[in-house]
Unconditional design. Structure first.
Length: 273
């Protein structure tokens, strides 16, 4: 595994469903193997990518705005940092920036980073017109970590970034590669509402496509780690994919009145015990 020079790079985006909390488990799995290339087709906040520090990586997501922001930060961090520093972090400015779209890629990337950091709970949500509509998160005292923005830009050098469906990168997966799969899902409706609620995020059809994708990964002699909800339907779909590990954690997403009790998540992997 090729370690990067910049070990300090940390996730720059607040992202629902992020896996920072699970890094000890993921890293304990990864240390059992030696792998070549790293693939993450549901990139999101990229916590696992930054923790592994693997130079040869193929990162993708179906969220075009997210990938554009990573790409712009990779190419031109200094201009993004200058624009972020110049922006007030008050509610009025937040709504002014939220209401605008910018033709310049650097400015639009700055807008994405700014809104992500100052919006409510780091949620990414758009309306039927495709406009970001998450309210202000009252983080007026927040300050951007300038050094980490530079570190992230350094960490993204020589990394492939793509906006695409998770299946599109199959041809790049080789023997002894590692693929980390963290599809979008919510388990706040753990049992009764799970299926209906997730149909808009990542449907059961998508879960079945993902199971087929994992079979292709295994047939190429590569390793995979999948995170998913601890639901009976998920257990059934991925029962033959690999061994299952069930973890419990506190829910960190939700409003003031939301239940924040323990909930379960499943990890599947073909990494040997």
């Amino acid at each position: 595994m090729n370690e990067m020079k910049v070990e300090e790079a940390k996730p720059i985006f607040r992202w629902a469903g992020g896996k920072r909390w699970a890094l000890p488990v993921i890293l304990s799995l990864v240390e059992k193997i030696s792998f070549e290339n790293y693939h993450e087709p549901f990139l999101g906040g990229a916590a696992v990518f930054f923790a592994l520090k693997n130079k040869t990586s193929f990162l993708s997501d179906s969220n075009e705005a997210l990938i554009d922001a990573y790409s712009a930060l990779k190419e031109d961090p200094n201009n993004i940092i200058e624009e972020l520093i110049s922006l007030p972090k008050d509610e009025a400015t937040y709504y002014q920036i939220r209401a605008r779209k910018f033709a310049l890629e650097i400015t639009e990337a700055t807008r994405f980073i700014y809104l992500n950091q100052l919006c409510f709970n780091g949620i990414y949500r758009v309306n039927s017109q495709g406009n970001f509509n998450v309210p202000f998160g009252k983080r007026s005292n927040f300050n951007f970590d300038i050094q980490n923005l530079k570190n992230v830009s350094d960490a993204l050098q020589n990394v492939s970034l793509s906006c695409q469906d998770f299946t599109a990168g199959l041809s790049q997966i080789k023997s002894n590669d590692l693929v980390f799969l963290d599809p979008p899902y919510t388990i706040s409706h753990n049992k009764n509402g799970f299926i209906a609620y997730n149909e808009k995020l990542f449907s059961l059809d998508d879960q079945h496509r993902l199971a087929l994708f994992i079979e292709e990964i295994k047939s190429r002699g590569a390793y995979f780690i999948l995170t998913n909800a601890a639901h009976d339907a998920v257990r059934d779909i991925f029962a033959k994919s690999g061994r299952a590990i069930q973890l419990s954690r506190k829910s960190l997403i939700g409003g003031t009145n939301a239940s924040r009790g323990d909930y379960q998540e499943l990890f599947f992997t073909n990494i040997p015990k």
